[in-house]
Design a protein around this ligand. Structure first.
Ligand SMILES: C[S@@+](CC[C@H](N)C(=O)[O-])C[C@H]1O[C@@H](n2cnc3c(N)ncnc32)[C@H](O)[C@@H]1O
Length: 187
């Protein structure tokens, strides 16, 4: 039976998809493989869909966590090709501030939603030596808890022992523009 799903168009906008493609490109430059990727604030699973579709990294499994319960079924639908392939993808409804990655040893944690997180517990709970790939931006929104005015300000919030990549990307449209920041490093 066909079902009409209520999705936010923004998840598929140029700014969102372009930012995630940029993250894919930088990860693929740094790593040939990752066994167990966790995505925080995974929304509809577009990040996972792009990483898996591009096939430039060998990926064991991806787990996508979002506190919004409406995301799980949509993320699983978009990533069904990998859900049915021995659970290479699965979305879960979870508050990432309550997750304890030290029990499951993800080798890469991605968070492209850092500005949406109310607390930094998710960051404090990530064990040392875990590779992290994080994005933020300079947009001012009611539902953004973090506003980074520049790359240095963004990066300073997430101290890593080894910096593998930092950069910023401008997204310019006829009516508006914003800057996305990115940090990849070893915590
Ligand atoms: C608007 S979306 C994503 C925006 C981001 N720029 C991106 O590309 O992924 C932000 C997501 O973060 C999720 N989120 C916010 N706080 C969270 C938390 N504590 N745990 C899990 N997900 C959370 C929201 O439910 C939402 O789906």
């Amino acid at each position: 039976m066909n079902q009409i799903l209520n999705v936010s168009r923004d998840a598929f906008s140029s700014g969102q998809v372009g930012s995630k493609l940029w993250l894919c490109q930088e990860l693929e430059t740094l790593f040939e493989s990752a066994d167990n990727i966790w995505i925080y604030g995974g929304w509809y699973g577009v990040m996972a869909f792009l990483l898996n579709s591009r096939s430039n990294m060998s990926i064991g499994q991806i787990r996508s966590y979002d506190v919004d319960p409406s995301c799980e079924a949509i993320a699983d639908m978009i990533n069904e090709n990998w859900v049915i392939d021995n659970w290479k993808f699965k979305a879960h409804t979870e508050d990432c501030n309550q997750l304890n990655p030290s029990q499951n040893s993800p080798d890469l944690i991605i968070n492209t939603s850092t500005e949406h997180f109310e607390s930094m517990d998710w960051w404090h709970n990530i064990p040392q030596d875990t590779v992290v790939a994080l994005q933020g931006n300079n947009m001012i929104h009611d539902d953004h808890h973090i506003h980074s005015r520049c790359l240095q300000e963004f990066v300073a919030q997430f101290p890593v022992t080894t910096t593998l990549y930092t950069g910023q990307k401008e997204f310019v449209y006829p009516n508006w523009r914003f800057t996305r920041y990115m940090l990849i490093g070893v915590k």
